[in-house]
Design a protein around this ligand. Sequence first.
Ligand SMILES: Nc1ncnc2c1ncn2[C@@H]1O[C@H](COP(=O)(O)OP(=O)(O)O)[C@@H](O)[C@H]1O
Ligand SMILES: [Mg+2]
Length: 490
Amino acid sequence: MSTEDNLDIEAVKQKLDNDHYGLEKVKQRILEYLAVRKLKNDMRGPILCFVGPPGVGKTSLGRSIANALGRNFVRISLGGVRDEAEIRGHRRTYIGALPGRIIQGIKRAGSNNPVFMLDEIDKVGTDFRGDPSSALLEVLDPEQNYTFSDHYLEVAFDLTKVMFIATANIQDTIIPALRDRMEIIEIPSYIVEEKLGIAEKFLVPKQIKEHGLTPEQIEFTEEALRTIISSYTREAGVRNLERQIAAICRGVAREVAGGEDKKTVIASKNVSNYLGPVKFYSEFAERIDEPGIVTGLAWTPMGGDILFIEASKMPGKGNLTLTGQLGDVMKESARAALSYIRAKSKELGLEENFQEKIDIHIHVPAGAIPKDGPSAGVTMFTALLSVLTERKVRNDIAMTGEITMRGKILPVGGIKEKMLAAHRAGIKTIILPERNKADVSEIPETVKKEMKFIYVKNMNDIIKRAFNNRKNGKQTEVREEAVEAEMVAE
Ligand SMILES: Nc1ncnc2c1ncn2[C@@H]1O[C@H](COP(=O)(O)OP(=O)(O)O)[C@@H](O)[C@H]1O
Ligand SMILES: [Mg+2]
């Protein structure tokens, strides 16, 4: 059974606009994709893949598309699927055999032409039990999927009418053969102003309604929403924001049910009555209160994030210890940074062989999150130099960049998400590699105009810009001179 398609591009545009704030470029790309399908009069072709951090609206866009087209909507998660049988089903000779997830999904949809969302396509795995990707390739390949074979069904199933949409947090881990079949649409994280718009136009009205309240009983001020965004959530998307709004609505619903009949206005000062004490502080400025602590920027599948690197020294015999769930790449960055400092000890104002009498410990807090990637090289270097020279790093900056043993700074990925994360955390000045200059143009204008970017080419640029120029209140002229001398030498 098929449902009737309504491929009216204008109607789809209306629907997408009615359900989603902003996302202009994303909506545009979706409409173009559908327009092409309409002109060719056929749903075959590359499949759409929405890539972005959690809570930016990937699922919700898929649902809107289905609604607008008049199609049913189903969603399955491919996260952690390692076995071909999960996609293609088991033969009936197995006890407890079932069809695979694709056919189960079609069954649930109740039509043979649903919008079928394949969530977490970046997390499909392979191991000894088999490789699900070849089955997925067959699902997504328009040349093959008119005869998709599920082991349980035994007869070939025609998937050509299905509109598949995949979602992923990151592009890099999508199996290349699958990625070749996709048209990737990136959905970036939201800035505060966008979150505010989404909350006012969508999340608040939706939650008020879902809790059986009316706008006569509860109102959120803009200032309250800003407080929730900055002090109760720290995320790329709006999922926790929606949860916090729901929690407040729950609290108010209880008061109303308990007989209170006045209107509750949620303002910034009574947010904590419902949500408890503030969960996130702009802590970075206070944290950088002694030498050895530096704010870095990391990129994760959840979006960008800030991280602190803490270096300390103690009497010892030249050991370097690294803790905080660091990956190999990050450990190598730390060693490279230390080697560079040792090689340049004289210019940097350090005793020759300074490391022989001390042990150094580098720790990257923030819990159990495994951290890796080369982009913390400059942060490691700065933390080490800071603790060794006993100079504090400026507490209003964050940095990212890879380093070489020769003291050059190499460009890194994820600049846009990192800058948005810094902005979220209230950090306005960023040190980043000169060669990442072009990536800065992708940052939304409203964010960019509030930030200052310091581009660096080599370690000396960092030394000049990252440190407080005072040591115990005295100007550290000697070192500045040393740096100048080296700059000339290069
Ligand atoms: N631009 C937007 N406008 C309106 N609501 C949004 C927007 N982006 C996300 N949301 C809402 O945020 C919530 C989480 O979105 P969801 O689609 O589940 O995110 P994802 O699938 O990307 O993790 C949903 O309630 C969704 O409707
Ligand atoms: Mg989703």
